[in-house]
Design a protein around this ligand. Sequence first.
Ligand SMILES: NC(=O)c1ccc[n+]([C@@H]2O[C@H](COP(=O)([O-])OP(=O)(O)OC[C@H]3O[C@@H](n4cnc5c(N)ncnc54)[C@H](O)[C@@H]3O)[C@@H](O)[C@H]2O)c1
Length: 248
Amino acid sequence: MAGRVEGRVAVVTGAAGGLGREFCAALAREGAAHVIGVDIADQAGTAEAVEEAGGRFVAIRADITEEAECAAVAARAEEYGGAQILVNNAGVFPVRPFLETSLEEWRRIHRLNVEGTFLITRALLPQAIRAGWGRIVMVSSAVVWLGPPGMVAYTASKAALVGMVRGLAREVGDTGVTVNALTPGLTRTRTALTTDVHEQFPHVVAHQAVPRAEEASDLTSTLLFLCDQGSAFVTGQAVNVDGGYALH
Ligand SMILES: NC(=O)c1ccc[n+]([C@@H]2O[C@H](COP(=O)([O-])OP(=O)(O)OC[C@H]3O[C@@H](n4cnc5c(N)ncnc54)[C@H](O)[C@@H]3O)[C@@H](O)[C@H]2O)c1
């Protein structure tokens, strides 16, 4: 039986671990011709996970906040026929009270979460348009519905992705490319478990309808749904997967 993304070339940013690795393996399992991981960190673990899933993995070490490096990623993707699926997953999510947020910190968060996403999307989108088929998924966050204290800069950056989704979905609506966001709740990745955000797990779990911590694997079915051949009419949306904390 054909996979849900059979024969598609998929690019996943921030693919070295966490959600990115899980997304790469899921796309491979569902028949992607190549999964291209983009990260500033080593992607050996993801290469293994994709191979175990029966897929082909291409690791590109690139910083998506650098325009020239995004152009280099696009040139590499061309070698495999061009990217048709782009999962914009690279991001940082620090905890810091608003009044203690320096301009430098605000810019660091927005530079990766917003500018980086803009640059890599602008670099790869022409390939999907040329193919007449594309799926762009922004990994935003359930914080855009919840507005937790201590994460204002992060929340603003992830809300910017929802704005990007809405505008871009309309701009490319007649090209066969859909643009959507996925908003995960607090999820047990290594980064979430080893940074200040880990203190929020008990509070978050207590407020979810499903009373357990979210795992990266809880997100893959929604990612695949957004990338599915049959989801051509789903665009401009932000789909929440947070165990029923934000009810909207
Ligand atoms: N884990 C959570 O609780 C959670 C919840 C909601 C949303 N998210 C979002 O999901 C995404 C992944 O989160 P995660 O928990 O897997 O974290 P993670 O730290 O494992 O993933 C982020 C990846 O981005 C990479 N990266 C950083 N700067 C980069 C750059 N300039 N260019 C390319 N790659 C770069 C990192 O090396 C890392 O591999 C993030 O955007 C995060 O905001 C996470």
